[in-house]
Design a protein around this ligand. Structure first.
Ligand code: FES
Length: 165
């Protein structure tokens, strides 16, 4: 499920999802980074809009500056829309021994961008993330919550990219 992420009042669905994530982390201020990362992963454009940031601050009884401090400190978080398809390349051990470096290089060469860069049409960004629990598909990528793998050859990678409208 991808949630619309616009600078407008939040929908009931968005509020429910954010509430669920905050509750999952026990409304702990020390878990703010994890909360923001999880919320962001469910937002269209993979970013924390102003409306979302303010809602989280209010819900967690935090000053809004605390939320923005975390967003600006961690490069994995963004206040502006990033890309329609964030390609998350696993950088953990099982994928690494299965040549995730080669997968990363192939992606960079096919898309003409480097790590954490966005394509000119805002369609793709390549990121590295820790294990997302798909080690049986190593080397794997996750795109908007869906796992693709194992991806060894250029053809397999191209097939995945071409399947994304
Ligand atoms: S090590 Fe890559 S998904 Fe687990």
């Amino acid at each position: 499920m991808k949630l619309k992420n616009i600078n407008q009042p939040l929908t009931h669905e968005q509020v429910e999802v954010i509430n669920r994530i905050i509750k999952k982390y026990g409304n702990e201020h020390s878990r703010l980074l994890e909360i923001l990362l999880e919320v962001q992963s469910l937002m269209e454009g993979q970013y924390i809009s102003k409306a979302v940031a303010y809602y989280i601050a209010e819900k967690m009884s935090l000053h809004i500056s605390r939320v923005y401090d975390v967003i600006s400190f961690f490069s994995a978080l963004s206040e502006v829309p990033r890309a329609k398809y964030p390609i998350q390349v696993c950088e953990s051990i099982v994928c690494r021994v299965n040549e995730s470096d080669n997968l990363l290089n192939q992606l960079q060469s096919l898309l003409g961008i480097r790590l954490n860069e966005v394509t000119y049409d805002h369609k793709f960004i390549i990121e590295q993330v820790p294990c997302f629990g798909a080690c049986d598909k190593a080397p794997a990528v996750r795109i908007n919550g869906k796992v693709y793998g194992p991806l060894h050859s250029k053809e397999q990678i191209k097939e995945v990219l071409n399947s994304l409208e």
